[in-house]
Design a protein around this ligand. Structure first.
Ligand code: DX5
Ligand code: ZN
Length: 231
């Protein structure tokens, strides 16, 4: 079954506690928190304090997506803030002159699960040397930096390739797709073999977000081919 990670990016930031309550009520499976630093992407969103302040208000796992230029400087703070899963971008690790592996190991050593994200231009094969040290591969299905974009279909092919690679190797990492997902393309995303769908604007632009989360969940349940993909 594909899990739904509800991104708060397109929620009303003036009413985040209410948005969190909505996601809990539906419920979604995870809360996806998009941290942007104005450097790795143009936009700036929020930092560890906001996540720490939200943490006592939710029982769901916090899935923190760091779209920041120097992730190594920040991961510890996000772990302390209560992130269950911390995902860094491969492109940011490379741009900072660092290697992703020690950072992913440090995230795990700090008690969180470790994720690595790839933007649309980065091939899935770039993750090959890291598959043994990750808990999650996050495939961006839009260009990082904004909600409300249209899904890039070729990015789902990368998720499919990773799912095939995982199933052949017996590795256990999860695969998420992030961006441009909605109930209309949920069957295609599920068929690609993803485990987690990150969804923002489709939820927050809906007239009744709780009902939309439930409808999206049902669409994913319908899309997974019988016996297909890893859990
Ligand atoms: C985009 C973020 C996404 C975003 C997805 O950079 O990583 O998590 O919230 O939003 P939608 O579902 O609107 O594409
Ligand atoms: Zn995200």
């Amino acid at each position: 079954m594909v899990q739904v990670a509800s991104s708060l990016l397109s929620a009303d930031f003036g009413q985040l506690a209410q948005a969190l309550a909505t996601v809990e009520q539906a419920p979604a499976d995870l809360i996806h928190l998009d941290v942007m630093d104005g450097r790795f992407v143009g936009e700036i969103t929020f930092g560890a304090k906001l996540i720490a302040d939200l943490r006592p208000r939710s029982t769901l796992p916090f899935d923190v997506h760091l779209m920041v230029q120097e992730p190594a400087r920040h991961v510890e703070r996000f772990a302390e803030a209560g992130a269950d899963l911390i995902t860094v971008h491969l492109e940011a690790c490379r741009a900072a002159g660092g290697r992703a592996r020690p950072l992913l190991e440090a995230i795990r050593a700090g008690g969180a699960r470790a994720g690595i994200a790839i933007s649309p231009p980065t091939p899935a094969t770039a993750l090959e040397p890291l598959l043994d040290v990750i808990d999650l591969a996050l495939v961006m299905t839009v260009h990082p930096g904004a909600g409300g974009q249209r899904l890039i279909p070729s990015c789902l092919d990368k998720a499919r390739a990773l799912a095939g690679r995982r199933d052949r190797s017996g590795q256990a990492f999860l695969i998420s797709a992030d961006g441009g997902l909605h109930r209309g393309n949920a069957p295609a995303a599920a068929a690609a073999g993803i485990d987690i769908a990150v969804i923002g604007s489709a939820i927050w632009r809906a007239p009744i977000p709780v009902e939309e989360i439930r409808a999206i969940r049902a669409a994913f349940a319908a899309g997974r081919p019988a016996g297909g993909g890893a859990a």
